[in-house]
Design a protein around this ligand. Structure first.
Ligand SMILES: [Zn+2]
Length: 182
């Protein structure tokens, strides 16, 4: 006899059962649109002594977290090529982690690092800061969170880095203005 509980819709189902639902399956491309795939999201912040440390993104107020994720998602899904390139990047982190570009820039360039035999110039930091520590000028201008691939305690993650101090308007790390201008 089937136990009563198995008939209740609210019970969590095993993955195999979920995959057989009528409105499934989504393709990989579809499911990539509204959520960041595979890697956890982190933040680079400074502790009380000014030393860099990483925090989980869910330590931000929900509205700030949602807005930053939304902007990154929108950027990385602006073309089929960016979606493909992003997937390649997060599935091969050892290949791409040490490249001197942020993830946004790598997506914009389709992971190409040389053009005409010459390395593509590094990102500009005329507003201040440096690669991996502060947002580069292009991410600042584009109003997207500058994002880096990191290895934190043995696991790969995507990490948002703050705006350079010169444009930050003194806001604390848990406000939107710490990460994007507008
Ligand atoms: Zn950037």
């Amino acid at each position: 006899m089937v136990p009563q509980e198995h008939k209740k819709k609210a019970l969590p189902k095993p993955k195999e059962a979920q995959d057989q639902k009528d409105y499934q399956p989504e393709t990989d491309e579809d499911s990539s649109i509204m959520k960041i795939e595979s890697l956890p999201l982190m933040l680079l912040v400074s502790d009380n002594n000014g030393n860099p440390q990483y925090k989980d993104i869910d330590q931000l107020p929900f509205t700030v977290q949602t807005e930053l994720e939304k902007r990154f998602e929108k950027y990385r899904t602006t073309s089929d090529n960016k979606i493909k390139v992003f997937r390649r990047l997060i599935n091969n982190p050892t290949t791409y982690i040490d490249r001197p570009y942020c993830v946004c820039d790598q997506l914009a360039r389709g992971l190409i690092i040389k053009r005409g035999g010459e390395p593509i110039p590094n990102q500009k930091f005329e507003l201040g800061g440096k690669l991996g520590a502060r947002a580069d000028d292009k991410c600042v201008k584009d109003n997207i969170p500058c994002t880096h691939l990191i290895n934190h305690k043995g696991s790969y993650a995507l990490c948002f880095v703050p705006l350079p101090r010169s444009v930050r308007k003194g806001s604390s790390w848990n406000s939107l203005g710490h990460w994007v201008l507008n």
